[in-house]
Design a protein around this ligand. Structure first.
Ligand SMILES: [Zn+2]
Length: 83
């Protein structure tokens, strides 16, 4: 029996605001959202790109991300100029 995992998705506007802040500081963000069809956790391939709609590879259902909310994964640059 598959274990049910509750993912945290946040309102679109606040996620975008936070993501823009991370981007302005030189980080990379990858949008994540939960499929409204099968509950799959999906991550967008393109960095710093946010979609309002997302289609699931698994069940082909299109999720209204702006309505459902989303999250993001942050990748900070490993190399940093030393002072
Ligand atoms: Zn799906």
């Amino acid at each position: 029996m598959p274990k049910e995992v509750k993912y945290n998705d946040y309102p679109w506007d606040s996620v975008l605001e936070q993501a823009k802040q991370v981007i302005s500081e030189g980080g990379l963000v990858y949008q994540k959202f939960t499929c409204s069809g099968c509950g799959n956790r999906l991550t967008v391939d393109s960095p710093n790109t946010f979609f309002t709609l997302g289609t699931c590879d698994n069940c082909s259902v299109t999720t209204d991300i702006k309505e459902k909310g989303c999250n993001y994964m942050v990748v900070l640059h490993a190399t940093r100029t030393k002072p």
